[in-house]
Ligand binder design. Structure first.
Ligand SMILES: [Zn+2]
Length: 427
């Protein structure tokens, strides 16, 4: 059935096209219509009630846990969480069980998504077989089967020689490379950032150097191979500086910030609450300032959540035994608007760019824009709406969030997928 929708009484903001007006937005047959198009008779109308109307948000860093751990998350629950957070397109990481390092596993995921996904899902595939950092995964076949990027996220290829060949191979087949930047020789047993807090608490530390060394290596490998590289969840001042310097020299290296790394510091670990334990770890206030400066000057131009669901019983173990990672999809927009827009004054257009067309362009996804002919994927946002995070209302199967009970300002109020209202906040 053709999906038409006319959205009225909002402010349409599309950084990709420069559109910023209060005219109605029309979706015809599931696609964004030109501004001068006339709505057909009987076209459904959605009253935006003064909301911001933006391209459906895009998250290029999500862990869906299926196959392998459907008790933590499934493609169905993770994509529903995405919709409720304002995301219409997400990119899944391949560190499932089994990992997505073969065409067979990728095909299984795609089939499962076809049957159960509530929003658009793309899949990345592993750089190395089994994410073991020993032998390359079949990138050409994986690309042909629909993988949108290569990454061993959660792990980091430690051998510079293997990473060089991975980059050359990725260049040959035309797939972007995303890297979780961690020198494992510097981070063995590490639980939190190495610094004053780790010393005070007597916990093994994860030094900034562990990230900086790999980012420097990646910049050099990108320069050497001529292939772009994207650094995931950049957490340190030094890492941001290295990316800035490399970009100034013309190297095609990019990076992403996460809601947690720009809003929280390692001081939160004083409570030993494992909902503040993630990898890379929360850093210092100086690192947060440097990440904000890097977002401001365009060094880090993408926002991604690193949505990492874990069961309550796992997160309730002592800090050393609890897994790394927190949920992101249902709190990301609220945290980002609260911190970046309301607290630090970043313009909405810059924030929306970092959550729509910048990530979409990095991976070549058909998303992130309200240009005529684009998919009719739209998010309605009330940027000034205060709300209290309640983890018991999450669509995600997991509850591991550090923001439970926290008041955030700004949230999605409706998510539209191909012209169909896929989710709407109950008012
Ligand atoms: Zn990672």
């Amino acid at each position: 059935m053709p999906q038409h929708l006319r959205i009225i009484n909002g402010r349409t903001l599309c950084p990709a096209t420069g559109r910023d007006d209060t005219d109605p937005l029309l979706i015809l047959d599931g696609l964004i219509a030109p501004p001068d198009a006339t709505p057909p008779g009987g076209c459904p109308v959605l009253d935006a009630r003064g909301a911001l109307i933006v391209p459906g948000l895009v998250d290029i860093h999500v862990h869906l846990r299926e196959p392998g751990r459907p008790d933590k998350e499934t493609i169905a629950t993770g994509t529903q969480a995405a919709l409720q957070g304002g995301f219409t397109t997400i990119v899944a990481m391949p560190n499932t069980n089994p990992p997505i390092d073969s065409v067979a596993t990728l095909a299984w995921c795609q089939q499962r998504a076809l049957q159960t996904a509530r929003c658009r899902v793309y899949f990345t595939a592993c750089l190395t077989q089994g994410m073991e950092g020993q032998a390359l995964a079949p990138a050409a076949a994986l690309r042909k089967a629909g993988a949108v990027a290569l990454t061993d996220d959660g792990r980091c290829v430690q051998s510079a020689e293997l990473m060089r060949r991975a980059m050359q191979y990725a260049r040959m087949v035309g797939l972007p490379v995303l890297d979780h930047c961690q020198d494992e020789s510097l981070t063995r047993e590490a639980l939190i950032n190495e610094g004053k807090v780790s010393a005070r608490l007597g916990l093994p530390g994860w030094p900034a150097l562990g990230e900086e060394l790999i980012i420097a290596r990646n910049a050099l490998l990108s320069e050497h191979t001529g292939h772009p590289i994207h650094c995931q969840h950049v957490s340190t001042a030094g890492g941001a500086r290295l990316i800035r310097e490399a970009r100034a020299r013309g190297i095609p290296i990019t990076g992403e910030i996460t809601p947690h790394h720009i809003s929280l510091t390692d001081e939160a670990l004083s409570t030993f609450d494992s909902n503040f334990k993630m990898n890379p770890p929360l850093r210092t206030a100086a690192d947060v300032s440097a990440l904000l400066a890097a977002f401001d000057d365009g060094t880090l131009h993408i926002i991604a959540t690193d949505h990492a669901p874990h069961c309550e019983f796992e997160k309730q173990r002592e800090l050393s035994a609890a897994p790394f990672g927190i949920l992101g999809l249902e709190t990301a927009l609220g945290v980002i608007l609260t911190e970046l827009h309301h607290k630090h004054g970043f313009p909405l257009a810059k924030i929306i760019s970092a959550m729509t067309h910048h990530p979409a362009r990095l991976l070549g996804l058909d998303a992130g824009t309200l240009a005529p002919g684009a998919p009719g994927d739209v998010t309605l946002i009330q940027p000034n709406l205060p709300w209290i995070v309640d983890k018991h209302h999450f669509a995600s199967k997991s509850r591991n969030t550090p923001w439970h009970g926290v008041t955030l300002t700004g949230r999605a109020t409706a998510t539209i997928l191909g012209g169909r209202i896929a989710w709407q906040l109950e008012s």
